[in-house]
Ligand binder design. Structure first.
Ligand code: BTN
Length: 256
């Protein structure tokens, strides 16, 4: 999707050198005062970056884009789709910044060359109105330490440096545009776009869900973002979890 200049996303922009977590900074600001929709906190380094499932997000100085964006989704809409929407917008932005089309592993792991280069953490609530903080951590420059064998950086995959500021400009445009598309046209176009870059559908997968492990073929993602797993004649819905793809040797990887 070709993106226009953002109008409201990033109009309220806080740029910091070093923070614990950009999601946390935005949340603390919301506790003190009303914060406008589209407010952004960007940092060059995080000392306590938060990942999904209580993990720490590796956030070394000047190597990544660590950003959080505040949205107020309408009360009548399911905010759960926002994490897939953010993945679609990130893919648009990387495509525009680098000319490469990366993939998305359900629900929103951003992958290139079979490895994860970015993660998305959406935190939200309903009071005093529905809100969502979309936190995105993108490994842009340098290389990842050896103890992250399933992770990569954009420059590592592309073989050249990527401009972090430029990537942010593309991401702000893409996120605003995809969010407005969602407000206007609903979930279907976002899910349709997600499917075009999926590296999940059609694969044999193992999904770690809150209620246990599910294995089967990832068959579909419905318009509410649910992943459907084919198990013989059954189809099992998965609302949240972590997907590992089955490799040729029968092992499941990567579990990022
Ligand atoms: C994941 O585990 O895949 C999600 C990682 C999300 C990391 C980003 S970095 C910016 C924002 N602030 C945080 O503390 N976490 C998110």
């Amino acid at each position: 999707m070709k993106s226009k200049e953002p109008r409201w996303l990033g109009a309220d922009l806080t740029q910091l050198a070093r923070v614990g977590s950009t999601n946390q900074v935005l949340r603390e600001r919301m506790r003190r005062q009303h914060v406008p929709e589209g407010a952004v906190v960007l940092a060059r380094e995080q000392t306590a970056g938060r990942g999904r499932l209580g993990r720490v997000w590796w956030s070394p100085p000047n190597q990544g884009l660590y950003v959080s964006v505040l949205l107020y989704p309408p009360r009548t809409r399911q905010g759960g789709i926002l994490s897939l929407l953010a993945g679609v917008a990130l893919t648009d932005a990387v495509e525009q910044a680098t000319g490469m089309t990366p993939g998305l592993k359900w629900p929103n792991d951003a992958v290139m060359g079979g490895k994860k280069y970015a993660g998305i953490l959406v935190e939200g609530g309903t009071e005093p109105q529905p809100w969502a903080i979309v936190g995105m951590g993108i490994n842009v420059l340098g290389t990842v330490p050896e103890d992250f064998p399933h992770a990569t950086t954009l420059s590592q995959e592309l073989g050249k440096d990527v401009d972090i500021e430029g990537l942010w400009r593309h991401l702000a445009k893409a996120l605003e545009q995809r969010y407005e598309q969602w407000l206007e046209d609903g979930n279907a176009p976002i899910i349709a776009q997600w499917k075009t870059v999926s590296v999940t559908l059609g694969y044999a997968v193992e999904v770690r869900t809150p209620s246990g492990l599910i294995t089967g073929i990832a068959e579909d993602v419905s318009d509410d973002g649910t992943l459907w797993i084919r198990q013989g004649s059954d189809r099992v819905p998965v609302m949240s979890g972590e997907v590992s793809l089955r490799l040729a040797n029968g092992a499941y990887a990567p579990r990022t």
